[in-house]
Design a protein around this ligand. Structure first.
Ligand code: BES
Ligand code: MN
Ligand code: ZN
Length: 499
C-alpha cells in the first residue's frame, strides 16, 4: 500500500473517499465541522437524522456531498471524545479499513489529525495508521486451494492542516508500514501449519532474509554443530521428532562492529505435542503457534531490513531462534531424564511439555558470546500466563529494573502492552531437584514466574527480560490466527536504542 500526505484544502482534494470522524452524540471533529460548513450543513443534517450517532464501530458512507471534490465521504464513529485513546484509535482504524474494503474503495484520504488523542503526536499517529492499514492487508492464503482476492485499497493519504508536519508524518508513515509488514510476516509464519513450518522451514526463511539484505548476516547451526557446542538441553526437545532442530543466528549491523548488540531470542517450537508428557487432544492444533516468539524475531528483522536507511536504528541487533518440534517418538526424552545444558548446569526433565525453557536456556547461554547490551527472549511459554493476564497484555519478567521499565513504556507507546510479574528469589526453590542442578518444572503455583526463574539461571551475565506471549500471540475461536505481537513492541524498543 502507498502512504502519502496531502496538504491542499480538504474540500478541493480529489479522492475516492474522504474519511471524517464523528464523536458520540453526533459531536463533530473540527475538520468534520469545517466540511459541514463547506457542504452548507449537509453533514450536520445527516448526523441529526440519527443515521450515525458517533458510537465506535459505526460508519456511514455518503455520496454527493455538496461542494467537496471527494467522490464519497465516510463518516466514522469515534466514540466518547474524552475516552478516546490510542488502542481505541487502532480499532477505529480497523473499522475504517473494513468499511473501505466493503465498498471496494481503492484510495482514501484520512482526515483524522484533530482527534486530539492523549500522548499521541502527529508522527506516532501516522505510524499507527500505516502499521494498522499495512497489517490489515494481510490475508492467509498459503494452504487454500481457492484464491483469496487482494484488498482493493492501494493508496492512503493523510490530510495535514499544518504543512510543517509533513516530514515527521512521512517518517511515521514509513516506519509504520515497515512494522506492519513485519507483523504480517510474523502472522504468516505463525499461521502456517506444523507440517510446512518446521524448524528447517524457519531456517530457510531466515537465510532468505539474509540473502536479500546486506546489513543482515544469517547463520544456521545443525544438530551436529549444536551437539559440539554442548546444547544438550535444546537437543533433548527434538530427540523424539524426525524433524531436526535448527539454531538460527541473525546479525544486523547498524553501527560499529564492536558496539555491544541488543539480542532477541525467540522460542521456535514448530509444534508442541507435549512430548511423552502428551497434551490432551482438544485444541492441540493451536500448538502450531508455539513458534510465535521465533516468528516475532523474524518479523522484527524483516521490518529492520525494510526501513529506509535514514530510519534504521544505528545499533547492532542479534536475533537467535531456538527451533525444534516437540514430539513423543521412541527416542524422545522421558520424564525423569537428566540432560546437560550448554551452561554446564544439569536439568531434570520432570515434564517434557515444559520444553520451551529447555530450548531457550541454551540460546541464552549462546547469547553470552555477544557481550550483549540487553537480551530479550520472546516465548509462548506457559498456559499459566493466560490464566494470570488473559489475552490483552503479555507478561514481562526481568532481572533489570531499567530494562523492565523501558519495555513497559515501549509497550504502552506501541499499543502492544506488557505487564511485569515479580521474579523474586523466593520462587526459585520451587525448581529444586534431588537429582540435578535444577528441575524443569516448579509445581502448580505461579507457573509463569517459575518458568522465568528457570530461564534466569541462564541469564545471569547480562541485562535480561523475558516476554511470555502465550496469551497475546494468537487469537482463538472464529478469529483464530496469529496476531503479529509483539513485533510492534520490539521495534519500538530497538528504534529507541540508537545513541
Ligand atoms: N507452549 C506451551 C505453553 C502454552 C500452552 C502456550 C497453551 C499457549 C497456550 C508450553 O510449552 C507448555 O506446554 N507449558 C506447560 C508448562 C507446564 C508443563 C509446567 C503449561 O503451561 O502447561
Ligand atoms: Mn509444552
Ligand atoms: Zn511449548
Amino acid at each position: 500500500m502507498k502512504f502519502s500526505t496531502k496538504t491542499t484544502a480538504l474540500e478541493n482534494t480529489p479522492t475516492s473517499c474522504l474519511v471524517l470522524g464523528v464523536f458520540e452524540d453526533g459531536v463533530m471533529t473540527q475538520t468534520t465541522a469545517a466540511m459541514d460548513k463547506v457542504s452548507q450543513g449537509y453533514l450536520g443534517k445527516i448526523i441529526a437524522s440519527g443515521d450515525i450517532s458517533g458510537k465506535s464501530e459505526q460508519s456511514l458512507l455518503l455520496h454527493g456531498v455538496p461542494n467537496i471534490k471527494a467522490r464519497r465521504l465516510l463518516l466514522i464513529g469515534c466514540g466518547n471524545k474524552e475516552k478516546l485513546k490510542d488502542s481505541k484509535f487502532i480499532s477505529l482504524l480497523r473499522n475504517t479499513g473494513k468499511a473501505l474494503e466493503q465498498y471496494s474503495i481503492g484510495d482514501a484520504l484520512l482526515a483524522l489529525g484533530d482527534l486530539d488523542i492523549k500522548n499521541l503526536d502527529a508522527e506516532h499517529q501516522a505510524l499507527l495508521i500505516a502499521r494498522t492499514f499495512q497489517d490489515g492487508l494481510y490475508r492467509y492464503r498459503s494452504t487454500r486451494s481457492k484464491p483469496t482476492p487482494d484488498s482493493k485499497l492501494k493508496s492512503l493519504d493523510i490530510y495535514l492542516s499544518d504543512k510543517s508536519q509533513q516530514t515527521t508524518v512521512r517518517k511515521g508513515l514509513n516506519t509504520g508500514a515497515a512494522i506492519g509488514r513485519g507483523m504480517a510476516m510474523a502472522r504468516e509464519l505463525g499461521n502456517l501449519p506444523g507440517n510446512i513450518c518446521t524448524p528447517s522451514y524457519l531456517a530457510e526463511q531466515a537465510l532468505k532474509l539474509g540473502k536479500a539484505h546486506k546489513e543482515l548476516k544469517v547463520t544456521v547451526l545443525s544438530e551436529a554443530q549444536m551437539k559440539r557446542l554442548g546444547m544438550g538441553s535444546l537437543l533433548s526437545v527434538s530427540a523424539g521428532s524426525v524433524q531436526p532442530a535448527k539454531f538460527i543466528i541473525m546479525e544486523y549491523r547498524g553501527t560499529a562492529a564492536d558496539t555491544p548488540p541488543h539480542v532477541l531470542v525467540g522460542k521456535g517450537i514448530t509444534f508442541d505435542s507435549g512430548g511423552i508428557s502428551l497434551k490432551p487432544g482438544a485444541g492441540m492444533d493451536e500448538m502450531k503457534f508455539d513458534m510465535c516468539g521465533a516468528a516475532s524475531v523474524l518479523g522484527t528483522f524483516s521490518a529492520l531490513c525494510e526501513l529506509k536507511p535514514e530510519l534504521k536504528p544505528r545499533c547492532n541487533i542479534v536475533g537467535l531462534v531456538a527451533s525444534a518440534e516437540n514430539m513423543p517418538g521412541s527416542s524422545a526424552t522421558k520424564p525423569g531424564d537428566i540432560v546437560t545444558s550448554m551452561s554446564g548446569q544439569t536439568i531434570e526433565v520432570l515434564n517434557t511439555d515444559a520444553e520451551g525453557r529447555l530450548v531457550l536456556c541454551d540460546a541464552l547461554t549462546y547469547a553470552e558470546r555477544f557481550k550483549p547490551a540487553s537480551v530479550i527472549d520472546i516465548a509462548t511459554l506457559t498456559g499459566a500466563c493466560i490464566v494470570a493476564l488473559g489475552s490483552h497484555v503479555s507478561a514481562l519478567m526481568s532481572n533489570d529494573d531499567t530494562l523492565a521499565d523501558a519495555l513497559y513504556q515501549c509497550g504502552l507507546k506501541a499499543v502492544d502492552p506488557v505487564w511485569r510479574l515479580p521474579l523474586w528469589d523466593e520462587y526459585q526453590k520451587q525448581l529444586d531437584s534431588n537429582f540435578a542442578d535444577i528441575a524443569n518444572i516448579g509445581g502448580p503455583k505461579a507457573g509463569s514466574i517459575t518458568a522465568a526463574c528457570f530461564l534466569s539461571r541462564f541469564a545471569k551475565k547480562y541485562h535480561w527480560a523475558h516476554l511470555d506471549i502465550a496469551g497475546t500471540a494468537w487469537l482463538q475461536g472464529k478469529e483464530k490466527g496469529a496476531t503479529g505481537r509483539p513485533v510492534p513492541l520490539l521495534l519500538e524498543y530497538l528504534l529507541q536504542q540508537q545513541k
